[in-house]
Ligand binder design. Structure first.
Ligand code: 13P
Length: 251
């Protein structure tokens, strides 16, 4: 049985004091909620403060990006060990905004996965097609390539520790959610791909979460799909009440 996984990707939002306020409020509101892994991914500057606040709570902490080198002359980058040291358990890799604005590719995704797994951080790896790709009926091809190249050489033990996020680019921040059927179709494709390349057992273990305009009002329908195991939430994770309602509706 795959445990529900709901993560808030705060993107480039919230100062440290705003982080403190949001985390304190979330902590109060979700303390009694069970049966779901709740994770927040604030910006780098807020991570260590957030880590102190969530330490005795049921909220996990993740970062939004990482570099694959251990240390050295890479101005502006943050290493896996630095994230670990700041209190992170998870890290988002290959988000479409990173692919679009910062040149992230399937190859850099793979390097990052290997680097973070070597310090036992859990990668949340994003895949997803653009609107143009969907319109040109290239969705499956694009996702397959992202999986094939992004997970090249990753063994079964390590794939088990990865969370896959399907985020159709056209549904991010647009208010256009994929219908539950559209999302389920791709989630099933990903699970079948894992079964074919690895094993049935593994395909049943790996959590595949959905992202793209998830909110309290559509969470239940999306989460009730057989192959959708949670959500990666942008906008609706920036306010305590919205995020908590979304989580409760997903259970
Ligand atoms: P929105 O929920 O704002 O559409 O963002 C989704 C997302 O990109 C999460 O990583």
């Amino acid at each position: 049985m795959r445990k529900l996984f709901i993560a808030g990707n705060w993107k480039m939002n919230k100062t440290i004091s705003e982080t403190v306020e949001l985390v304190n409020s979330l902590k109060r509101e979700v303390s009694d909620i069970e049966g779901v892994d709740i994770v927040i991914c604030p910006g780098f500057t807020s991570l260590s403060e957030a880590a102190d606040l969530v330490i005795d709570s049921n909220i996990g902490l993740g970062a939004q990006n990482v570099y694959w080198q251990e240390k050295g002359a890479f101005t502006g980058e943050v290493s896996p060990m630095m994230l670990k040291d700041a209190g992170c358990k998870y890290v988002i890799i290959g988000h479409s905004e990173r692919r679009k604005y910062f040149g992230e590719t399937n190859d850099t995704v793979l390097k990052k996965i290997n680097a973070v797994q070597s310090v036992r951080l859990i990668p949340i790896v994003c895949v997803g097609e653009t609107l143009e790709e969907r319109d040109n009926k290239k969705t499956i091809e694009v996702i397959e390539k992202q999986l094939q190249d992004g997970f090249k050489g990753i063994n079964e033990d390590n794939l088990e520790k990865i969370i896959i996020a399907y985020e159709p680019v056209w549904a991010i921040g647009t208010g256009k959610t994929a219908t539950p059927e559209q999302a389920e179709e791709i989630h099933k494709f990903i699970r079948d791909w894992i079964q074919e390349k690895y094993s049935l057992d593994l395909s049943e273990e790996v959590r595949i979460i959905y992202g793209g305009s998830v909110k309290a009002s559509n969470a239940k329908e999306l989460m009730s799909q057989k192959n959708i195991d949670g959500a990666l939430v942008g906008g609706a994770s920036l306010e305590s009440q919205l995020f908590v309602e979304l989580i409760k509706n997903s259970l």
